[in-house]
Write a protein that binds this ligand. Structure first.
Ligand code: HAM
Length: 446
């Protein structure tokens, strides 16, 4: 019997000790994207299989080998999304978002599913932060999109990430390129793998990202797409580069980037690291001017990128990137005796109403054990409530970092404690900034 306490190969848990880091990174990305005008979109985790076979392309590795596809009980072929772009475009077309002011800018945080061989940075369930800018053909949009990625990485303090860009042209210039590739690969036909032999007839560009060592060795010397792009595509690429130069965003042109999904046209790009092993592409994207039509909609030139959360977290770990400290709980109320337990619960409830993070004993422990637990929670303050505190109407707020203890009335404790928190925060900031606070009555200010 399979161990039910073991997660499925290629999946991973995010545990409480680490989750705040991922949450911080995700929130930062959503916030920055929102400053660029992106609003969140949520689409289903599963879609009709055809959306991906048509959108992502049925000669890609993703569609041919990696999708989690099954028939549901109604006999429909369903696929767990391997990526977020096709679903975002489907929603854009289905809900008539093309009638809204264009471009529509959407962002998402989603789980994705690909049946790949798991290794560091490559999972079967992984998470993407993605953005899609739908309804613009202008090269300024390409540069702005890349600037958004750049902005996210620099804001998070990520270093040594190389931005690589390329243009893979439009369907017109692609024809000539396909011919050149076909001629090249035809001469190496005997060495290609089965899948690539099939691709040779249908889409020779896909041979360029085959993972087999023999095919990728052959692909190294294949003709480069930049040598085949038409005048319009070349002019578009030049404008994208000039905007990037103007924004001081460093990049290198890498003519071998073709991306692994079929919908791309013109600009493609990747942010690549050498610090996390073979799976070094942290973020990838580009234009997909033909996708809307491929899905049955009207022409809607668009572009976007997606960034792998797990790869980004691996990179941040490798670089020891500084992250903000996890928020500490403010207060632990330890109590002993039935009457005090009730007071603790009541006090916690009203403190929480005030937005203060507070915990109390919900495990029936002794006061000593409660204090030990409070210590492990890394709370700022504790109070102990017993019969004598109830009788005197006073409690002592203890500073767990070794500062002074302060006595407070139980009556009106919520306000007194809130004031105390504000004063402590101001004193802390003044300490960091070296401001002399003697003689200033902070309490009087609030
Ligand atoms: P992609 O290059 O297939 O593009 O994936 C984007 C990112 O997702 C990768 O750079 C990587 O960080 C992460 N990723 C992909 N596969 C895995 C995996 N098996 N395990 C862990 N992380 C992975 C797309 O998905 C496009 N939809 C991007 C896009 C959006 N293009 C235009 N708009």
């Amino acid at each position: 019997m399979a161990l039910v306490t073991k997660a499925i190969k290629g999946t991973q848990d995010l545990l409480p000790a680490d989750s705040y880091k991922t949450r911080y990174v995700e929130q930062t990305m959503l916030d920055i994207a929102s400053k660029f005008g992106y609003k969140e979109i949520r689409t289903p985790v599963f879609e009709h299989t055809e959306l991906f076979s048509r959108g992502v392309g049925d000669t890609t590795d993703v569609v041919q080998k990696e999708m989690y596809t099954f028939d549901d009980k109604g006999g429909r072929s369903i696929t767990l999304r391997p990526e977020g772009t096709a679903g975002a475009m489907r929603a854009f077309l289905e809900h008539g978002l093309f009638n809204e002011p264009l471009p529509q800018k959407v962002s998402y945080l989603t789980s994705c599913y690909r049946y790949e061989k798991p290794q560091a940075g490559r999972l079967r369930e992984f998470h993407q932060f993605g953005v899609e800018c739908l309804g613009t053909a202008a090269p300024a949009a390409d540069a702005e999109l890349i600037a958004l990625g750049h902005n996210i990485f620099s804001h998070l303090g990520i270093e040594d990430l190389q931005l690589e860009i390329n243009s893979i042209g439009c369907p017109e210039c692609r024809k000539k390129y396909h011919e050149a590739l076909h001629t090249y690969f035809e001469s190496k036909k005997d060495e290609l793998c089965e899948t690539c032999l099939d691709r040779l007839g249908r889409n020779p560009m896909r041979i360029l990202d085959c993972k087999s060592p023999v095919c990728s060795g052959i692909a190294k010397d294949a003709p480069k797409v930049l040598d085949y792009i038409c005048e319009d595509c070349a002019a578009h690429f030049e404008t994208v580069k000039s905007h990037l130069d103007a924004m001081n965003i460093p990049y290198v042109v890498n003519p071998t980037i073709v991306r692994g999904l079929d919908y791309y046209t013109r600009t493609v790009f990747e942010f690549v690291s050498t610090q996390i092993g073979a799976q070094g592409t942290v973020c990838g994207g580009g234009r997909y001017d033909g996708l809307a039509e491929q899905l049955g909609g009207n022409s809607t030139p668009s572009l976007g990128f997606a960034l792998g959360i797990e790869r980004l977290m691996l990179l941040m770990q490798a670089q020891n990137t500084a992250l903000p400290e996890e928020q500490r709980p403010d207060l632990y109320i330890a109590s002993m005796g039935d009457a005090a337990n009730v007071v603790a619960a009541k006090l916690a409830a009203s403190l929480r109403e005030e937005g203060i993070s507070v915990q109390y004993d919900v495990a029936g422990r002794s006061v000593k054990a409660q204090m030990k637990y409070a210590n492990k929670l890394n709370v700022r303050n504790t109070v102990v409530i017993g019969d004598s505190e109830i009788e005197s109407g006073k409690v002592t707020v203890k500073d767990m970092d070794g500062g002074e203890s302060v006595e407070m009335e139980l009556d009106g404790f919520e306000d007194s404690y809130q004031n105390y928190l504000i004063q402590s925060a101001v004193a802390e900031i003044a300490g960091v900034e070296g401001i002399d606070m003697s003689g200033i009555n902070i309490a009087g200010l609030f």
